[in-house]
Design a protein. Structure first.
Length: 298
Protein backbone atom coordinates (compact mmCIF):
# COMPACT_ATOMS: atom_id res chain seq x y z
CA UNK A 1 0.00 0.00 0.00
CA UNK A 2 1.47 3.33 -1.02
CA UNK A 3 1.95 6.21 1.40
CA UNK A 4 -0.23 9.34 1.15
CA UNK A 5 1.41 12.05 -1.00
CA UNK A 6 2.33 14.20 2.03
CA UNK A 7 4.26 11.31 3.57
CA UNK A 8 5.88 9.96 0.44
CA UNK A 9 9.63 9.63 1.02
CA UNK A 10 10.46 11.30 -2.30
CA UNK A 11 7.72 13.90 -2.50
CA UNK A 12 8.51 17.23 -4.14
CA UNK A 13 8.42 18.99 -0.77
CA UNK A 14 10.77 16.52 0.91
CA UNK A 15 13.24 16.81 -1.96
CA UNK A 16 13.13 20.61 -1.71
CA UNK A 17 13.81 20.42 2.03
CA UNK A 18 16.77 18.07 1.51
CA UNK A 19 18.14 20.35 -1.20
CA UNK A 20 17.85 23.35 1.15
CA UNK A 21 19.65 21.45 3.93
CA UNK A 22 22.47 20.50 1.57
CA UNK A 23 22.70 24.07 0.23
CA UNK A 24 23.13 25.67 3.65
CA UNK A 25 25.47 22.95 4.87
CA UNK A 26 27.74 23.78 1.92
CA UNK A 27 27.56 27.49 2.69
CA UNK A 28 28.43 26.94 6.35
CA UNK A 29 31.43 24.83 5.38
CA UNK A 30 32.58 27.13 2.58
CA UNK A 31 31.96 30.60 4.06
CA UNK A 32 31.42 30.30 7.83
CA UNK A 33 32.34 33.98 8.31
CA UNK A 34 29.22 34.94 6.33
CA UNK A 35 26.82 33.00 8.55
CA UNK A 36 28.57 32.93 11.92
CA UNK A 37 28.34 36.48 13.35
CA UNK A 38 31.11 35.83 15.85
CA UNK A 39 33.62 35.50 13.00
CA UNK A 40 33.66 39.24 12.23
CA UNK A 41 33.62 42.55 14.10
CA UNK A 42 30.54 43.60 12.17
CA UNK A 43 28.74 40.39 13.09
CA UNK A 44 29.59 40.78 16.76
CA UNK A 45 28.28 44.34 16.73
CA UNK A 46 24.99 43.22 15.19
CA UNK A 47 24.58 40.52 17.83
CA UNK A 48 25.30 42.99 20.63
CA UNK A 49 22.82 45.54 19.28
CA UNK A 50 20.16 42.86 18.83
CA UNK A 51 20.60 41.55 22.36
CA UNK A 52 20.58 45.07 23.81
CA UNK A 53 17.32 45.84 22.03
CA UNK A 54 15.70 42.69 23.41
CA UNK A 55 17.07 43.14 26.92
CA UNK A 56 15.91 46.76 27.10
CA UNK A 57 12.29 45.91 26.28
CA UNK A 58 11.57 42.71 28.18
CA UNK A 59 12.55 40.64 31.20
CA UNK A 60 14.44 37.64 29.88
CA UNK A 61 14.01 35.50 32.98
CA UNK A 62 11.68 32.58 32.21
CA UNK A 63 10.98 34.01 28.75
CA UNK A 64 10.17 31.34 26.17
CA UNK A 65 11.93 32.08 22.89
CA UNK A 66 11.89 30.61 19.37
CA UNK A 67 15.14 31.43 17.56
CA UNK A 68 14.34 30.78 13.88
CA UNK A 69 17.49 30.38 11.81
CA UNK A 70 19.61 30.25 14.96
CA UNK A 71 22.83 29.34 13.14
CA UNK A 72 25.62 28.46 15.57
CA UNK A 73 23.59 29.94 18.43
CA UNK A 74 25.26 33.24 19.32
CA UNK A 75 21.96 34.87 20.32
CA UNK A 76 20.52 31.58 21.58
CA UNK A 77 23.24 31.22 24.20
CA UNK A 78 23.14 34.89 25.25
CA UNK A 79 19.40 34.75 25.84
CA UNK A 80 19.68 31.44 27.73
CA UNK A 81 22.48 32.84 29.89
CA UNK A 82 20.11 35.65 30.95
CA UNK A 83 17.30 33.31 31.98
CA UNK A 84 15.36 32.49 28.82
CA UNK A 85 14.36 29.04 27.58
CA UNK A 86 15.09 28.79 23.87
CA UNK A 87 13.94 26.51 21.06
CA UNK A 88 16.75 26.93 18.52
CA UNK A 89 15.82 26.00 14.97
CA UNK A 90 17.97 25.86 11.85
CA UNK A 91 18.05 23.89 8.61
CA UNK A 92 21.83 23.34 8.58
CA UNK A 93 23.24 20.35 10.45
CA UNK A 94 26.68 22.00 10.31
CA UNK A 95 25.37 25.09 12.13
CA UNK A 96 23.54 23.01 14.72
CA UNK A 97 26.64 20.90 15.36
CA UNK A 98 28.45 24.11 16.28
CA UNK A 99 25.60 25.07 18.61
CA UNK A 100 25.72 21.64 20.24
CA UNK A 101 29.34 22.26 21.27
CA UNK A 102 27.94 24.67 23.89
CA UNK A 103 26.12 23.94 27.12
CA UNK A 104 22.56 23.10 26.01
CA UNK A 105 20.82 23.64 29.34
CA UNK A 106 17.42 25.29 28.63
CA UNK A 107 18.09 25.04 24.87
CA UNK A 108 16.17 22.67 22.61
CA UNK A 109 17.89 22.12 19.26
CA UNK A 110 15.57 21.55 16.30
CA UNK A 111 16.51 20.91 12.68
CA UNK A 112 13.72 22.19 10.45
CA UNK A 113 13.26 24.16 7.25
CA UNK A 114 11.70 27.62 7.14
CA UNK A 115 9.17 29.01 6.54
CA UNK A 116 7.11 26.03 7.75
CA UNK A 117 7.91 24.65 11.19
CA UNK A 118 6.52 22.07 13.57
CA UNK A 119 6.46 24.50 16.50
CA UNK A 120 3.32 24.90 18.59
CA UNK A 121 0.71 27.61 18.07
CA UNK A 122 0.91 30.67 20.37
CA UNK A 123 3.75 29.12 22.38
CA UNK A 124 6.43 31.82 22.54
CA UNK A 125 6.94 35.14 24.30
CA UNK A 126 9.58 36.14 21.74
CA UNK A 127 10.14 34.97 18.17
CA UNK A 128 13.50 35.81 16.59
CA UNK A 129 14.33 35.95 12.89
CA UNK A 130 17.79 37.46 13.17
CA UNK A 131 19.42 38.01 9.76
CA UNK A 132 17.52 35.09 8.21
CA UNK A 133 14.74 36.63 6.11
CA UNK A 134 17.20 37.62 3.38
CA UNK A 135 18.10 33.94 2.89
CA UNK A 136 14.46 33.02 2.29
CA UNK A 137 13.17 33.23 -1.31
CA UNK A 138 11.15 36.42 -1.81
CA UNK A 139 7.97 34.46 -2.54
CA UNK A 140 8.26 32.77 0.88
CA UNK A 141 9.11 35.80 3.03
CA UNK A 142 5.48 36.62 3.84
CA UNK A 143 4.95 32.97 4.80
CA UNK A 144 7.84 33.25 7.26
CA UNK A 145 6.15 36.25 8.88
CA UNK A 146 2.82 34.41 9.02
CA UNK A 147 4.54 31.42 10.61
CA UNK A 148 6.17 33.70 13.18
CA UNK A 149 2.77 35.22 14.00
CA UNK A 150 1.27 31.74 14.36
CA UNK A 151 3.72 30.59 17.02
CA UNK A 152 3.84 33.94 18.87
CA UNK A 153 1.64 34.60 21.88
CA UNK A 154 -0.87 37.39 21.44
CA UNK A 155 1.12 39.70 23.75
CA UNK A 156 4.51 38.45 22.60
CA UNK A 157 7.38 40.25 20.85
CA UNK A 158 8.71 39.67 17.35
CA UNK A 159 12.26 40.61 16.34
CA UNK A 160 13.42 40.52 12.74
CA UNK A 161 16.71 41.86 11.41
CA UNK A 162 18.43 41.88 8.05
CA UNK A 163 21.44 43.33 6.26
CA UNK A 164 20.48 46.14 3.89
CA UNK A 165 22.09 46.28 0.45
CA UNK A 166 23.79 49.69 0.39
CA UNK A 167 23.51 49.77 -3.40
CA UNK A 168 19.76 49.11 -3.55
CA UNK A 169 17.10 51.80 -3.60
CA UNK A 170 14.30 51.65 -1.03
CA UNK A 171 15.53 48.37 0.47
CA UNK A 172 14.65 49.46 4.02
CA UNK A 173 11.19 50.65 2.94
CA UNK A 174 10.57 47.29 1.25
CA UNK A 175 11.61 45.44 4.42
CA UNK A 176 9.32 47.64 6.51
CA UNK A 177 6.40 47.10 4.14
CA UNK A 178 6.71 43.31 4.35
CA UNK A 179 6.85 43.38 8.16
CA UNK A 180 3.77 45.61 8.38
CA UNK A 181 1.59 42.84 6.94
CA UNK A 182 1.74 41.04 10.30
CA UNK A 183 3.42 43.30 12.86
CA UNK A 184 3.41 46.82 14.27
CA UNK A 185 6.79 48.37 15.07
CA UNK A 186 7.76 49.29 18.61
CA UNK A 187 11.31 50.35 17.76
CA UNK A 188 13.91 50.19 14.99
CA UNK A 189 17.68 49.97 15.44
CA UNK A 190 19.48 51.13 12.29
CA UNK A 191 23.20 50.68 11.53
CA UNK A 192 25.27 52.76 9.11
CA UNK A 193 28.34 50.79 8.06
CA UNK A 194 28.81 51.77 4.43
CA UNK A 195 32.33 53.16 4.95
CA UNK A 196 33.40 50.09 6.91
CA UNK A 197 32.10 47.74 4.21
CA UNK A 198 33.76 49.70 1.42
CA UNK A 199 37.10 49.75 3.23
CA UNK A 200 37.02 46.08 4.18
CA UNK A 201 36.01 44.95 0.69
CA UNK A 202 38.79 47.07 -0.81
CA UNK A 203 41.39 45.52 1.50
CA UNK A 204 40.03 42.01 0.88
CA UNK A 205 40.23 42.32 -2.92
CA UNK A 206 43.92 41.27 -3.34
CA UNK A 207 43.34 38.07 -1.34
CA UNK A 208 40.20 37.20 -3.31
CA UNK A 209 41.95 37.66 -6.66
CA UNK A 210 45.00 35.72 -5.49
CA UNK A 211 42.87 32.84 -4.21
CA UNK A 212 40.99 32.69 -7.51
CA UNK A 213 44.25 32.61 -9.48
CA UNK A 214 45.63 29.77 -7.36
CA UNK A 215 42.40 27.77 -7.04
CA UNK A 216 40.72 26.99 -10.37
CA UNK A 217 37.52 25.54 -8.85
CA UNK A 218 37.07 28.64 -6.69
CA UNK A 219 37.69 30.87 -9.71
CA UNK A 220 35.09 29.03 -11.79
CA UNK A 221 32.61 29.17 -8.94
CA UNK A 222 33.02 32.95 -8.64
CA UNK A 223 32.76 33.44 -12.39
CA UNK A 224 29.50 31.47 -12.49
CA UNK A 225 28.01 33.91 -9.99
CA UNK A 226 28.98 36.98 -12.03
CA UNK A 227 27.93 38.47 -15.34
CA UNK A 228 28.70 41.39 -17.62
CA UNK A 229 31.40 43.84 -16.56
CA UNK A 230 31.74 42.21 -13.14
CA UNK A 231 32.65 38.90 -14.76
CA UNK A 232 35.09 40.56 -17.18
CA UNK A 233 36.78 42.50 -14.36
CA UNK A 234 37.16 39.36 -12.25
CA UNK A 235 38.56 37.43 -15.22
CA UNK A 236 41.22 40.07 -15.99
CA UNK A 237 42.37 40.35 -12.38
CA UNK A 238 42.69 36.61 -11.81
CA UNK A 239 45.02 36.07 -14.74
CA UNK A 240 48.65 37.04 -15.30
CA UNK A 241 50.06 39.65 -15.17
CA UNK A 242 47.58 41.38 -12.82
CA UNK A 243 47.35 38.32 -10.57
CA UNK A 244 51.05 38.73 -9.70
CA UNK A 245 50.39 42.28 -8.55
CA UNK A 246 47.54 41.18 -6.25
CA UNK A 247 49.70 38.37 -4.86
CA UNK A 248 52.21 41.01 -3.77
CA UNK A 249 49.61 43.25 -2.09
CA UNK A 250 47.68 40.47 -0.37
CA UNK A 251 50.04 39.95 2.63
CA UNK A 252 50.32 43.73 3.06
CA UNK A 253 46.55 44.11 3.44
CA UNK A 254 45.96 41.19 5.83
CA UNK A 255 47.24 42.89 9.02
CA UNK A 256 45.06 45.92 8.30
CA UNK A 257 42.00 43.70 7.81
CA UNK A 258 42.75 41.96 11.11
CA UNK A 259 42.98 45.29 12.92
CA UNK A 260 39.75 46.43 11.29
CA UNK A 261 37.91 43.26 12.36
CA UNK A 262 39.14 43.51 15.94
CA UNK A 263 38.45 47.18 16.63
CA UNK A 264 35.00 48.30 17.73
CA UNK A 265 36.33 51.85 18.04
CA UNK A 266 37.20 51.98 14.33
CA UNK A 267 33.83 50.46 13.43
CA UNK A 268 31.92 53.11 15.38
CA UNK A 269 34.11 55.91 14.01
CA UNK A 270 33.47 54.77 10.45
CA UNK A 271 29.76 54.59 11.23
CA UNK A 272 29.80 58.29 12.13
CA UNK A 273 31.70 59.03 8.92
CA UNK A 274 29.12 57.06 6.93
CA UNK A 275 26.18 58.99 8.37
CA UNK A 276 27.95 62.29 7.76
CA UNK A 277 28.77 61.55 4.11
CA UNK A 278 25.88 59.38 2.88
CA UNK A 279 23.11 59.80 5.48
CA UNK A 280 20.28 57.31 4.70
CA UNK A 281 22.26 55.79 1.83
CA UNK A 282 24.72 54.46 4.40
CA UNK A 283 22.15 52.16 6.09
CA UNK A 284 23.60 48.64 6.11
CA UNK A 285 21.53 46.78 8.70
CA UNK A 286 18.12 47.09 10.35
CA UNK A 287 16.63 45.51 13.47
CA UNK A 288 12.85 45.58 13.94
CA UNK A 289 11.12 44.89 17.25
CA UNK A 290 7.36 44.78 17.23
CA UNK A 291 4.11 43.11 18.18
CA UNK A 292 1.35 41.45 16.22
CA UNK A 293 -0.89 43.79 14.29
CA UNK A 294 -4.36 43.86 15.80
CA UNK A 295 -7.37 43.19 13.63
CA UNK A 296 -9.59 46.26 13.43
CA UNK A 297 -13.33 45.67 13.55
CA UNK A 298 -15.60 48.17 11.86
Amino acid sequence: KSLPPAEAPFSKKSLEVEATKAHFDRLWLRTPEKYDPLKTRLGKERIQRTFHLINSHMDLKNLRVADLGCGSGALTCMLRDHGATVDALDVSSVALQKLCQNNLENIKVIQDCLPDTRLQDKAYDLVLCADVIGDIPVKLQRLLLSESARILRSDGFFLCSTPIDIFSRNALQHFSKILSTEFTALVWDISYHRAFLHLRNFLQTPSEFTKAYQNLSYRNQELNERSGLSRLWFTLNTRAPLSYLWKYFSPICKPTIKSLDNSRRILLLLEKVSRLIWNQSAISHAIFLGKQRRLVRH
